[in-house]
Design a protein around this ligand. Structure first.
Ligand SMILES: O=C(CO)COP(=O)(O)O
Length: 124
C-alpha cells in the first residue's frame, strides 16, 4: 500500500514527530512511502526509506495527485498549514479534490492521520 506523506514548512516538525512515533507501522512490509521533496529529505535523514517527488511548490503535490488518480497512492497524510499562504495553492486544492474524486483516505492534520494509521494497523 502506497502512502503519501506531505507537510508544509510550519508543520514539518510535527510531521517528523508523527512519523517517528508511528515508525513501526509506517515501515512495515507492504507499506511504500512517497513524499514531496523537502518532506522526503527530512524523512530520509530520520532513516525512512521514501520515494521523493518534486518539492511542493515545484509540482510535488501535482505528482502525488497524479498517482492518486492512477490508483497508485492509496492514502495521503498531508499536514497542511492552515495559516500560511502558498504559491502552489491550486496544486494543493487539486490534490485534495482528486482524493475525493477517487475516494482515497486523506488526513490533513495529525489527529486524523493517527486515526487512519490506527485503522489500517487493525486490518492486518
Ligand atoms: O509544499 C508542500 C505541500 O504543498 C510540501 O513540499 P515540500 O515537502 O517539498 O516542502
Amino acid at each position: 500500500m502506497e502512502i503519501a506523506i506531505i507537510a508544509h514548512d510550519d508543520k514539518k516538525a510535527e510531521m517528523m514527530g508523527f512519523i517517528q512515533s508511528n515508525s513501526k507501522q509506517l515501515q512495515r512490509e507492504g507499506i511504500d512511502l512517497i513524499a514531496t521533496g523537502t518532506t522526503g529529505k527530512l524523512m530520509e535523514e530520520l532513516g525512512f526509506k521514501v520515494r521523493r517527488m518534486l518539492s511542493g511548490p515545484l509540482g510535488g503535490d501535482a505528482q502525488i495527485a497524479g498517482r492518486v488518480a492512477e490508483g497508485k497512492t492509496k492514502m495521503v497524510l498531508f499536514f497542511k498549514d492552515p495559516l500560511g499562504k502558498h504559491p502552489h495553492e491550486p496544486d494543493i486544492n487539486m490534490l485534495l479534490r482528486v482524493c475525493d474524486v477517487h475516494n482515497v483516505p486523506l488526513a490533513t492534520n495529525e489527529a486524523s492521520a493517527q486515526l487512519l494509521l490506527d485503522a489500517i494497523s487493525k486490518r492486518s
